[in-house]
Design a protein around this ligand. Structure first.
Ligand code: AMP
Length: 271
């Protein structure tokens, strides 16, 4: 595995590989890797010749009072995990944007509700960094996790709307043995907070399994189970459009974002 820190050198290497007809696979991350990340790498590994993983904590997708400054980091441990799953290039740029970077990519509609409503500007930061990373890495295929269900939908829309020649593949949400959706941010949780964090998936599972026709009643049931300090949202939406549903008459998704102490957790499940 090679580690590349220089964006221009990475770009040149990728263009050379493309000209040799190598199929490039890509998994972008913010590091502090866990089994959710490595499952995406394994999925991508099977779809390409040369697998690139990036680790970059993108300031553009953090709000002013969010956890950018304390986002957990472990480059050594991350590199070992990447090597173990057969990553070819680990892209670790100290900086990704030119000082006079002036282009932003913004997806409307799909990015407006849910996390877009509670984290203004977040998805603009995500689509801008992913567009730039796609430009640098030139992947044929990129894998994103269903853990960030809305993010996956927003990126698919960006790729479709801008005719980016990248196949976007979703990877299933990976949970810890206690059911908590794996997340780098779980490292912030005290034992007591982690116990309350478990109520996110418990609420979602109850919503999925309830034999209640009314969407509003299912959401009330979920809210009774949640032991969060604040709920940003708990919604049942159309799995494609992400619009809130009144009745479940097709593929639907329940999504939650809630604060446990100072940590914002998200989770979702198919209904
Ligand atoms: P992050 O490092 O949090 O930006 O995540 C990088 C990628 O890993 C994104 O595509 C996430 O959706 C994905 N990911 C994070 N946690 C999980 C998980 N528990 N299961 C599956 N994918 C995940």
């Amino acid at each position: 595995m090679q580690t590349q820190r220089d964006p221009s050198a990475l770009h040149a290497d990728m263009l050379a590989r493309r000209s040799r007809a190598e199929r490039i696979g890509f998994v972008p991350t913010m590091g502090f890797l866990h089994a959710g990340h490595t499952s995406l790498m394994e999925k991508a590994r099977a779809l390409c010749d040369h697998l690139v993983v990036s680790i970059y904590v993108n300031p553009l997708q953090f709000g002013p009072n969010e956890d950018l400054e304390r986002y957990p980091q472990d480059h050594e441990g991350d590199a070992a995990k990447c090597a173990a799953v057969g990553v070819d290039t680990l892209f670790l740029p100290p900086e990704l944007y030119d000082p006079d970077h002036s282009t932003n990519v913004s997806v409307s509609d799909l990015a407006d509700g849910l996390c877009g409503a509670s984290r203004p500007g977040h998805f603009d930061g995500v689509t801008t960094v992913v567009a730039r990373l796609f430009g640098l890495v030139q992947p044929h295929v990129a894998v994103f996790g269903e853990k960030d269900y809305q993010q996956l939908a927003v990126i698919r829309r960006m790729v479709r709307d801008l005719c980016m020649p990248v196949e976007v593949v979703g990877g299933e949400l990976i949970r810890d043995t206690d059911g908590l959706a794996m997340s780098s941010r779980n490292a912030y949780l005290s034992p007591e907070e982690r116990t309350r964090g478990l109520t996110l998936h418990q609420a979602l599972f109850a919503i999925r399994d309830a034999e209640i026709p009314s969407v509003a009643d299912r959401i009330s049931l979920g809210r009774e189970i949640l032991r969060a300090d604040r709920i940003d949202y708990l919604e049942i939406v159309d799995a494609e459009t992400l619009k809130p549903l009144r009745d479940i008459d097709g593929p639907a998704r329940a999504l939650v974002a809630a604060w446990i102490g100072g940590t914002r957790l998200i989770d979702n499940i198919g209904l």
